[in-house]
Design a protein around this ligand. Structure first.
Ligand code: MG
Length: 248
């Protein structure tokens, strides 16, 4: 069942999502060669505490960290570690909080210093696919119009869409109905309605779409070793069109 949110609930989700956006900007400024990803995790946790928010991922199905840090060929759910960032890496930072009873969730992929033109383009196309998806999240459309917006654009750019992980409804729970795939024919699925709040999150691979989960039980990587990028926003569908809640 899809839970529609009232305007006052959306207001609370705006607060939670804004906290996520603020913290991701802090983390972005901390991404540089020599920084271990575990330091980013600690920083994310401290910044959440400062804002009286609780990190959403820590303890979620047993995930031991506050932040997901996915490097290079890691797709999502990478574990922070003592691995130090080096110039040329790309790192996806996925972060969520619960605040005042509601969740916010967002992700960015950040270059470590100077990266290859290929990595740069993958990030740019992935971010653009998110904005195209958001642009199609209006109440005259159906759910799969969002999915199709991502897939048609990234495939036209020569990339592939991860199938195994999808976006999701969000609210009083981190993962609510509906699932929001990043692939599919247009015009299918539920009609989008004002009050729906979705975490839209394209995960885009440079090469093939196949992914596998490492033996840590969490880290998803591309099977062919190609790079992967991930951008996410929490988006409310309103009478006036989509509103990005996780922005500054
Ligand atoms: Mg999410």
């Amino acid at each position: 069942m899809i839970v529609l949110k009232t305007p006052s609930e959306i207001e609370r989700m705006r607060s939670a999502s804004r906290i996520v956006a603020e913290i991701l900007e802090v983390l972005r400024s901390e991404v540089k060669p020599g920084v271990a990803t575990i330091e980013l995790d600690k920083r994310a946790e401290a910044e959440a505490k400062k804002r009286k928010a609780r990190p959403a991922f820590k303890g979620y199905s047993g995930f031991p960290y506050s932040l997901c840090c996915s490097l290079n060929d890691q797709v999502v759910h990478g574990m922070p570690s003592t691995r130090v960032l080096v110039e040329g890496d790309i790192v996806s930072l996925d972060f969520g909080v619960v605040y005042d009873g509601y969740y916010g969730d967002a992700a960015i992929t950040v270059p470590v210093s100077t990266v290859s033109p290929q990595a740069e383009r993958l990030m740019r196309v992935t971010e653009e696919s998110l904005y195209r998806a958001i642009g199609s999240a209006s109440s005259s459309n159906r759910l799969s119009d969002i999915s199709h917006a991502v897939q048609s654009y990234v495939e036209q750019c020569g990339y592939s869409v991860v199938r195994e992980f999808v976006g999701h409804g969000i609210g009083k729970m981190l993962h609510e109905s509906p699932q929001v795939p990043n692939f599919g024919e247009p015009g299918r699925g539920v009609k989008l309605k004002p009050g729906m709040v979705l975490a839209i999150e394209p995960m885009i691979n440079e090469k093939g779409h196949d992914v596998k989960v490492l033996s840590d039980g969490w880290t998803a990587v591309t099977c062919d070793g190609g790079l992967s990028a991930h951008f996410e926003h929490t988006v409310a569908i309103t009478d006036h069109g989509p509103e990005i809640l996780s922005k500054l």
